[in-house]
Design a protein around this ligand. Sequence first.
Ligand code: ATP
Length: 891
Amino acid sequence: MNWYELSQEEVEKLTNSNTKVGLSDKESERKLKEFGYNQLQEAKKPSAILVFLGQFKDFMVLVLLAATLLSGMLGEYLDAIAIILIVIMNGILGFIQERKAEKSLAALRELSAPTVTVLREGSWTNLPAKELVVGDVVKISSGDRVGADLRLISAKGLYIEESALTGESLPVHKSSDSIRGRELPLGDQSNMAFMGTMVTRGNGVGIVIGTGMKTEMGKIAHLIQSAETLLTPLQLKLEQLGKILIVIALLLTVLVVAVGVYEGHDLYSMILSGVSLAVAAIPEGLPAIVTIALALGVQKMIKRKAIVRKLPSVETLGCATVICSDKTGTLTQNKMTVTHLWKEGQTWNVTGSGDSTGEFLRKGKKCNIENDETLLQLLSYSILCNNAELVYSENRDSYTINGDPTEAALVVSGLKAGITKESLLEQIEILDEFPFDSTRKMMSVVIQNKNSEKFVITKGAPDVLLQKCDYIIWDGKRQLIRQQHIEKVKEAIMSLGSQALRTIAVAYKPLKSADDATSARSAESHLTFVGLQGMIDPPRPEVRRSIKDCQKAGIKTVMITGDHVVTASAIARQLDILPPNGKVVDGASLQAMSEEELEREVENIYVYARVSPEHKLKIVKALQKRGHVVAMTGDGVNDAPAIKSANIGVAMGITGTDVAKEASSLVLSDDNFATIRAAIEEGRNIYENIRKFIRYLLASNVGEILVMLFAMLLKMPLPLLPIQILWVNLVTDGLPAMALGVDPAEDNVMKREPRKSNEGVFSRGLGWKIISRGFMIGAVTTLAFWIALKENPDFLIRAQTIAFCTLVMAQLIHVFDCRSERSVFHRNPFQNIYLVLAVLSSVLLLLVAMYIPFLQSIFHTIPLNLRDWLLVIGMASIPTFALAGFQVFKR
Ligand code: ATP
């Protein structure tokens, strides 16, 4: 079917559509049942069994299996069973976490699934794109990904980039006229919009003619590969580190075995001890726990309204040094209310809030504006050149407004004077529209009145619009604009701006028959200035605090806005973004600056005003050159390049376009600056938690190896039997390390400078902490063993049980020390209840191995008495408390 050849009526008929009211819910439900969801088929996922088996092909797991074989061959079946149990438990853990990660990634995809604006049951609603059916009437506008294949029935300045289908990267101009021609290539079907292509400018409406696999995109779906899950930089580093640690652990094990044999222990028992030690010392759980910590952290971020689209950004968040934030909607509420009108050198106040009631005051006195021609012109032109819709709800007897908040505010100010678009359209027809864009900073319509006279009406940023005006209405007459008029308008802009008001100017032009108004450029020239509307957009109440928190955390906040310099500065001051010596730069000056100049200045600039989205990229580049890690927010199509090149691209969940979201690594589901702060805090904490359990696991492993090494060097008997080593590993590694992964943030997490992005895993003293604590754990365990042997040289099993207990307890006490970069005294141990429970269960597993008679023979243990326990606890406390005490003393 060549849809492009058909007329609108034919398309409507063939698809059972109705362009006035759209489909009914019943009809769309029926179609959805019959034809299925509007989705491309996904590649098949690996089955659960395969995922489970996949857990055993890891290098570290292979080492474990080799060890099993070895000890099995040596006749130690108990050890073989213990190792197999560990392998299986690891496999289960890996399987659960992989499934969990997959599920949370799927949930993320669902959260960022595209929505469409569709006409159903007579009103426009937002729906997930997958619910579209053939015959649906769909609205598309700049920044949207087209949700299905559409035959356009209206197009206003509509351009669509179709490179995904046609390879052509330049956007194609679209119209709604039918075209004749046989088998036109997709690129020439200018009245069609195809699923998956991107609207770069303008807006339009179309009828869905194909969904899911029946779209042009569906035909080539097999060519589209599913996105891979990215590993974070830390995961990559740990993958390399893991291999190094295996080699070190194996070397040390060989050393222990060699020294042991040299000192006269028999080869057979030394090899078995060595294998067990290797198994224990290899931190096989590390990668799994890192992923779980990341996945759980991401879930926590979602609860705080931040949706991470790319996992590596979780880490980058913790390194952010600058946040470049949009003003409108992110720092402010985006709830606009017109409070001032200005024309012919006079100002009116408008009372009332965002609803329809309010009065007009002149010098504080209520006044009647019905006879003021120019004021009525200002109000009604603002409504005609406007896409916000007023919806009257009968049961609530009030109005609600759909559309852009700036435009909505203008509709409300008109309503306060009793003017509605509906009433205006009885006299006037709108012929054409040039939509608003942030680069032009204005919007225009071409209208025609009952006498067939045509006009252009333009509204936009006053300082920009003023330059397009040759005339002004002054003293009730249209006259040539003179310098003194310009001065007056500028004064008004300044005065409104300094009250933090966003200003919109309105102008018009009568069109003579010879005049060209077919493009924005030709229409928006030689205009007549009418007046100004000034609106407040209050800052979000929580933002000021968040900015302060960021300052304390060494993160600078920069405001980037399309608004006027004076307005932007006033709000920046209210929010404490702009310090007394901070600089404000406008778009024109920024444009004039060379990259080097900007690089030199960039540290002192806090506000960029009247900039276009294209400028954002220049700002990001300059900041990055200065070594900053930049978070950049954005919502529109033109923001996408800057979002992409920022270290952390942040898109708005509510007002953001599909294109901006796709380019971003973080989406704010509430559009709120405070959420960026929250995400940074979570990002920092996730990284800190990963450091905590790396420290814990590695220090434990160092301790385990050193006990054996020290004993061998000191010509002592074996302090731990192989099965005990494996039990220590199982009891201490799993749960406590995972509980550290969900540790609540330390109170100073937002009071430190950002982490350097090139920081190594062991930086900031972590390596030293691991070695010193590990050394102490090894030393005190050896010491406890030595004391026990001294007391009773013939009672080896008692000394070994004491060593076994001391090693476990020293690690379980040390786990609380790992919660703080400062010292154990800085944190309340009961704050992390998971950790307390994990440690209690580990202690229980230790006691089980010592006090259950049947297990005593397997683990070669005896029950200890109170005095022995005092020795164990005393020794086990030393690594944590002695070092912490020493630090306190030193300070
Ligand atoms: P940011 O979101 O980056 O803080 P912004 O939303 O304030 O910026 P723009 O939307 O680019 O910036 O608006 C720039 C200027 O254009 C505004 O100050 C206003 O004067 C004018 N403007 C905004 N919206 C419209 C509109 N719908 N029609 C006409 N002019 C508009």
